[in-house]
Design a protein around this ligand. Structure first.
Ligand code: GLU
Length: 469
């Protein structure tokens, strides 16, 4: 077994989204698997920031924070592609010198004209610049040219991909793509190969949308006589309607998922099940077990569907576990509207959470509830269920309730059972209006959970405020 040097190489032109998280995650897992035998295996993070117009610091931060939040840790320092432009330039010149690239002065208009002409004549030719290569004057220019790669027109290229299997593409389908632009800046196509080579990357795992790029990039490896890495192209992720996953299907970027109150474990669990199964009866699987069981060769070749119901199911499963309560505390601490409440009474926060956790898919579903449980100016609104009969019973209830010494769920349960028996009433008759008095809502957790979560002082305050009205 050889070491694995892999990387996640996002362009900071957008937030980290579900597809990117999955690519990063699988690279991370593959390296962790290899590390158990080969200590020098590495998972690098490289920010591909050469597109000055579209790259933004804000996006870079979202990528770094997102990966950190998800626990996807990279090795060594972060590499910025923009640091390495001189080296990309050097390789382009090497390719020119070895006659594997040529200078071109075609304008976009000339090339477009050629493309339309070919189309009209039904000629399938991807290499549109055909004259510059043979033009000595152009080849001896010192400025004002771009550099294009040379790719043969005949023959085909075979590729072995761990997921896609053996694939091939006719050389005539490949264009003589640009390596250096007119202004001397390198293109993504060149930079990515040079950086991967220099960083000793031997394993490239990325989205299927790069498959066509791979065929083109392989020619740089071939021309430079560099070892071609092992490729795995991950099938794309679709929404439930079968179209490419996008915002209209739901939250897709890591900030949104974080703000809604999803737990990293459920995102990771849901993503790893796309096209792969641990063959367990229940599909709950956390990162250590994923690293033990995951097999990239078994990923399905077809696109997978990102199912938000499944994500919600998994998130509800994880958020209920006591050991994961810290995620809720972090959620509250990072929320400007809620963080003050945890400082005011962290025990109450925990009680509110415990009363609602069975019925929520993600934390932000109880934002409003937390605010209402901490609302010191709470007043019960009028409601048809709050009638004179109820008020009479409630006065006795309040009176008896003052006698309770320890405000815990067991005592509250016994107390309410005894009270209902004594009054010979069925629970809903009293419980429903009581819930309104305490929360202004007919729905919600049990009365016991509400009283317990509100705490003795606030419960009495709300009951007395109502009865004194
Ligand atoms: N920077 C490229 C992107 O964000 C990915 C490059 C690669 O994985 O080879 O799409």
């Amino acid at each position: 077994m050889k070491n694995v040097i892999a990387r996640f190489a996002p362009s900071p032109t957008g937030f980290l989204h579900i597809g990117g998280i999955r690519t990063a995650l699988i690279n991370y897992i593959i390296v962790q698997q290899s590390k158990s035998q080969k200590k020098d295996s590495k998972f690098y993070l490289r920010i591909e920031d050469t597109d000055k117009m579209r790259s933004k610091k804000e996006f870079e931060e979202s990528i770094i924070n997102g990966l950190t939040w998800l626990g996807i840790k990279w090795d060594d320092r972060i590499i910025h592609q923009s640091e390495r432009i001189n080296r990309h330039y050097e390789v382009a010149n090497q390719l020119l010198k070895n006659n594997n690239a040529y200078k071109c002065i075609c304008t976009p208009e000339t090339l477009e004209k050629k493309r339309l002409e070919n189309k009209r004549k039904h000629i399938n030719v991807k290499k549109l610049c055909i004259k510059c290569e043979k033009n000595e004057k152009v080849q001896s220019l010192k400025t004002n040219y771009c550099v294009r790669i040379k790719i043969p027109s005949e023959g085909k290229l075979l590729l072995k991909d761990k997921i896609q299997g053996n694939i091939s593409l006719e050389n005539k389908e490949l264009d003589n793509f640009i390596l250096l632009r007119n202004d001397g800046t390198p293109t993504y196509m060149l930079s990515v190969v040079v950086d991967d080579y220099d960083m000793n990357v031997n394993t490239i795992i990325r989205g299927n949308d790069h498959l066509n790029n791979t065929f083109r990039q392989v020619y740089i490896y071939k021309h430079m006589e560099w070892q071609i890495p092992e490729y795995s192209h991950l099938p794309l992720i679709h929404g439930e309607d079968g179209s490419k996953l996008s915002k209209r299907h739901g939250a897709i970027d890591v900030n949104e998922l974080n703000n809604l109150g999803y737990i990293p474990k459920s995102i990771i669990n849901n993503l790893i099940l796309l096209g792969w199964s641990p063959k367990k009866i229940n599909e709950i699987i956390e990162i250590d077990e994923i690293i033990e069981l995951f097999d990239i060769n078994k990923i399905s070749r077809s696109a997978s569907i990102f199912d938000y119901n499944k994500l919600n199911y998994l998130n509800n499963y994880y958020l209920k576990e006591n050991k994961n309560y810290k995620f809720f505390e972090n959620y509250i601490l990072n929320n400007n509207n809620l963080s003050k409440f945890i400082k005011e009474d962290h025990i109450k926060i925990k009680r509110v959470f415990d009363s609602f956790k069975n019925n929520i898919n993600y934390f932000s579903q109880i934002d409003a509830i937390i605010i209402s449980y901490f609302d010191h100016s709470f007043r019960t609104k009028s409601h048809e269920l709050l009638n004179e009969n109820f008020n009479i019973i409630l006065k006795d209830f309040i009176n008896d309730l003052t006698k309770i010494d320890d405000w815990n769920e067991k005592q509250l349960t016994d107390f309410i059972d005894n009270f209902l028996k004594k009054k010979k009433i069925k629970f809903p008759i009293f419980g429903k209006p009581l819930r309104i008095v305490l929360t202004n809502s007919i729905k919600g957790p049990s009365i016991i959970a509400i009283l317990y979560a509100l705490g003795k002082e606030t419960s009495f305050l709300r009951l007395n405020n109502y009865i004194r009205k």
